[in-house]
Design a protein around this ligand. Structure first.
Ligand SMILES: Nc1ncnc2c1ncn2[C@@H]1O[C@H](COP(=O)(O)OP(=O)(O)OP(=O)(O)O)[C@@H](O)[C@H]1O
Ligand SMILES: Nc1nc2c(ncn2[C@@H]2O[C@H](COP(=O)(O)O)[C@@H](O)[C@H]2O)c(=O)[nH]1
Length: 224
């Protein structure tokens, strides 16, 4: 249950000044909570859009094609790689995952913000290509035991899949220092409030406010 006292208020953007959108990346070891936090952000923030990845893995119960992922087969994924349709792509847990390019590139110019639930490999690729647009947030679990408990409690993966994700968890955590912000996801409401604050502050960065240049020019014009 969400505690309203810790949920950060949504701060409206000024409509008067144009702002370039940002690329908000959430990464974590599997089960630490990035899907949960992403859903909370998307529910409460109309200006944020999900970058829906393409994957070769099978849908989990409840996952919807086009909303959670674009599900495809190996041949379809390879075709997209060859046609240069991805901003980044990587092999994770024996499957292929990629971020489609077209919508994000155009949307950023229009001032749309995009949320990415991707791993450290994808984060590095996006940072190399689009450094000034990227904000990197890494979630840590409060403990390894709690991470295992969450993967089991989610009830979406076989014991074998959970074991392989737990085996990878420490390697994933070792990439924590490749991120701008690192948050321990213990209490979900507090974690969400922190992530919301980061997003609000990053939106206000001078370099994103492309409308400031003509605005300041006007303010400082000799006859104003
Ligand atoms: N702070 C929290 N306290 C308790 N349970 C949590 C918390 N955050 C998330 N969970 C639960 O833990 C489970 C895993 O969370 P989630 O699916 O968001 O992880 P994930 O990082 O997206 O994993 P994956 O990379 O495998 O998709 C879910 O059942 C979710 O409800
Ligand atoms: N590099 C990328 N990683 C991605 C992308 N989409 C998801 N992911 C990451 O894969 C794992 C597993 O996800 P799951 O949904 O199968 O549990 C997780 O770490 C995701 O963040 C992507 O487009 N590129």
């Amino acid at each position: 249950m969400t505690n309203p006292e810790v949920v950060a208020p949504t701060i409206p953007d000024s409509d008067a000044l144009h702002r370039r959108g940002l690329m908000f990346i959430l990464s974590s070891p599997s089960g630490a909570g990035k899907t949960t936090v992403s859903r909370m952000l998307l529910q409460r923030d109309e200006r944020l859009r999900m970058s829906v990845s393409v994957t070769t893995r099978s849908p989990r119960p409840g996952e919807v094609d086009g909303r959670d992922y674009h599900f495809t087969d190996h041949a379809g994924f390879e075709r997209m790689v060859e046609d240069g349709e991805f901003l980044e792509w990587a092999h994770v847990f024996g499957h292929s995952y990629g971020t489609p390019k077209a919508e994000v590139k155009a949307g950023l110019r229009e001032g749309n913000d995009y949320l990415f639930d991707i791993d450290w490999q994808g984060t590095q690729q996006l940072y190399q290509k689009m450094q000034s647009d990227v904000v990197r947030v890494f979630l840590l679990p409060p403990s390894i035991d709690e991470l295992r408990r969450r993967l089991n409690a989610r009830g979406t993966d076989s014991a074998e899949v959970i074991a392989s994700r737990m085996e990878r968890a420490k390697a994933e955590i070792s990439h924590w220092d490749g991120y701008d912000y690192v948050i321990v996801n213990d209490d979900i409401d507090i974690c969400f409030a922190k992530v919301s604050q980061i997003l609000a502050s990053e939106r206000m960065r001078r370099m994103r406010q492309t409308g400031l240049i003509p605005f300041v020019r006007e303010l400082t014009a000799p006859d104003s």
